[in-house]
Design a binder for this molecule. Sequence first.
Ligand code: ADP
Ligand code: ASP
Ligand code: MG
Length: 467
Amino acid sequence: MKFGGTSVEDAPAMKRTAAIVRGRREKGLEAVVVVSAMAKVTDLLLSAAAAAGRGDKAGALAIGARLRHRHIDTSSTLLDGQRCVRVQQVLHQEFDALDDLLRGIAAVGELTPRTNDLVVSFGERLSSKMMAETLEHQGLEGVHVDARTCIITDASYGKAVPQDAAIEAKLAEIVLPLIQAGKTPVMGGFIGSTADGITTTLGRGGSDFTASLVGGGMHAGAIEIWTDVNGIMTTDPRICPDALRVKTISFEEAAELAYFGAKVLHPATILPAVQKSIPVWVLNSRNAENEGTKITAMAARCASPFKSIAAKKRLTIIDVVASRMLMSHGYLKAVFDVFDKYKCAIDMVSTSEVSISLTVDSNQQLPEICAELAKIADVKMEGHKALVCLVGEDIRGHNGIAGQVFSAISHVNVRMISQGASEINMSFMIDEEDVEEAVRSLHNHFFANPDETVFDVVNRVQLESKA
Ligand code: ADP
Ligand code: ASP
Ligand code: MG
């Protein structure tokens, strides 16, 4: 059971989370609890680390003080008596260590990726300790497990790669005996360590990934991702308030949505679940009665071609134009080798007789990459682009889908199109500023008359009756 930042954001949220765990335990189920840092804490830790790295010691420590306050405050509301005193002692010790670390970074005036991971790890370390105490306090036998003892990774700081065999062995050694003794192990998501014990992180949003590593490694019956929406929706409800809950979706569809920007799930979450055929549920910790979304190998057939629409912003299109060598043997390899050298992931590719267009995340080392590409071709870069991706296994059986998609957004300038790579997605690139409008137009077109076997229309009925 993984609880995201909003599910542990304050004392009431932690109590709700404890009640959800209680519900599972009362059904006789065994559970491992994985928690994120309290909402917004990761962002604040990152800005504290950055301030220290700039030599701004006062700025960094001020953020540390704010975080200390919030955690101590929450623990006062959540716990009482000796337990509260004991937890607050631990919190103060940890925040003293964080302050020392920030002072050290500020003194050197340099922030390495390795130290950045150590700073940011405090968020999950502290929230998980508080959650473990809360479960213990409520008679649920919560036991804190330092995730860094189990989630073994390589040393790619900021986006470390989990080592599956080592993780499985550690889970069997450390977590399984706790389960067998009737305890509820609680660990922080997102964080891990190298085999030598150096702290690492799995990348932003990585607590979902921790949950599926633990679920996969322990052969769990289910992986539950508890968040602040009713499940995977037909699009981001922040863009379209009338987005509908998708009742069931396939692993492939969910993976595609996550990769192309649906923040509700970290893109790596699906793989461990697929490997062990473990169903994944996305559930709402603020509305625990709701059925959520079930992600499984086989999703229900659906009358509409798409299940959901995702969007990913902050992308750059790179056009690589070569007049002579194009399509000659080894040319594409030479281009892709440059991206490989900088470990830069490419989202979309399209080729013509003379050019290759690629899209990448805008925060990559683009100037260096373009300088290298310029040795073999003319290079043009266009930033502030976004990718919109429509996902559904039933695209295959529908004729004229592309026509419908592009007529629904005929007022939007489309820069690149891709369909067919996975047969379950249709994606295109547009200007970042057109995303909301494009997603809303597509949503209105494709989800106006939803198939009730796959989509939950209750939300829409409520919205309509309010109107
Ligand atoms: P957590 O902190 O629980 O991990 P996140 O903020 O990472 O939560 O993810 C949940 C958010 O994902 C939702 O509040 C919603 O705005 C956003 N989101 C984006 N696309 C979708 C989608 N297709 N379905 C549901 N939520 C989505
Ligand atoms: N706390 C981390 C983040 O904000 C990991 C997570 O919440 O999944 O990215
Ligand atoms: Mg998340």
